[in-house]
Write a protein that binds this ligand. Structure first.
Ligand code: PGA
Length: 258
């Protein structure tokens, strides 16, 4: 199974010029590099999807940061999964904590989107993770999120979902104390695996990628993403610096094979 490094570019790259400079730099850094075990995915803001599609870099796959659950119609301001498909998106981030916080997205909303993405042949990168209060109180939010967000996802479809464990308290942190330890990430991975095995069986679970997100950087990708046994990373801030993103990919691609 290949690893995946997905960049979450969030609400950045504010102009066409900025986007083009970013893609040019990333393209130059990727030229001549070969990553045999890792897929790179750029999840762009919607307005840049056409520009990313035109970029045509074969080493990089495209993704979006959200979508609506209906295919078409009177849904002002929303973006259809069919549109994403037509703009070459193979992936979509769903259930990100920033959308849960600022747009009040519920597990039920996320579930509708997961089902719709899968129906349209787009792989959801489903984000789950506890916030600081839930961590302190020991609330088991991850299993609840998985249960609700994956409701109705069949055994035949689950391998197309990438589960991203993102402890909310570790997102965009400049403080090394606000990073999980390798063991904490390993425990979260085990918890997710246990849930998947109970729901889908051990054989199918082997095929489901589980990745880590939250302040991933070149200097911690080894301990947080590789040593913990994760299958890759969702990278926010550091993916805005192409050289950092490429370094993270190199670290994850070079991880010992199991
Ligand atoms: P970060 O963002 O790497 O800046 O913490 C990750 C994310 O929110 O997906």
């Amino acid at each position: 199974m290949k690893n995946i490094v997905a960049s979450n570019l969030k609400m950045n790259l504010l102009s066409i010029n900025e986007r083009e400079a970013y893609l040019k730099r990333l393209g130059a850094l990727l030229a001549g590099k070969k990553f045999t075990d890792t897929e790179i995915v750029l999840c762009a803001p919607f307005v840049h999807l056409e520009g990313f599609k035109k970029w045509k870099n074969k080493k990089v796959k495209r993704g979006a940061q959200n979508m609506f659950f209906e295919d078409k119609g009177s849904f002002t301001g929303e973006i259809s999964p069919v549109m994403l498909k037509n703009f070459d998106c193979e992936y979509v981030i769903l259930g990100h904590s920033e959308r849960r916080k600022y747009i009040q997205e519920s597990n039920q909303d996320v579930n509708l989107k997961v089902i719709s993405a899968l129906k349209n042949g787009i792989k959801p990168i489903l984000c789950v993770g506890e916030d600081a209060d839930q961590k302190r109180d020991g609330t088991d939010i991850v299993v609840e999120q998985l249960q609700d967000c994956l409701n109705g996802v069949s055994k035949g479809k689950i391998e197309n979902v990438i589960i991203c464990y993102e402890p909310v308290w570790a997102i965009s942190s400049n403080n090394p104390d606000h990073l999980p330890t390798t063991n904490e990430v390993m425990s979260a991975r085990l918890l997710i695996k246990k849930f998947l095995v109970a729901e889908y069986g051990a054989k199918i679970t082997e095929k489901v990628k589980i990745i880590y997100g939250g302040s991933v950087a070149p200097d911690n990708a080894g301990t947080i993403c590789v040593d913990s046994g994760m299958d890759g990373a969702l990278v926010g801030k550091e993916s805005l610096t192409p050289s950092s993103l490429v370094k993270i990919v190199e670290i994850i691609d070079g991880k010992p094979k199991t």
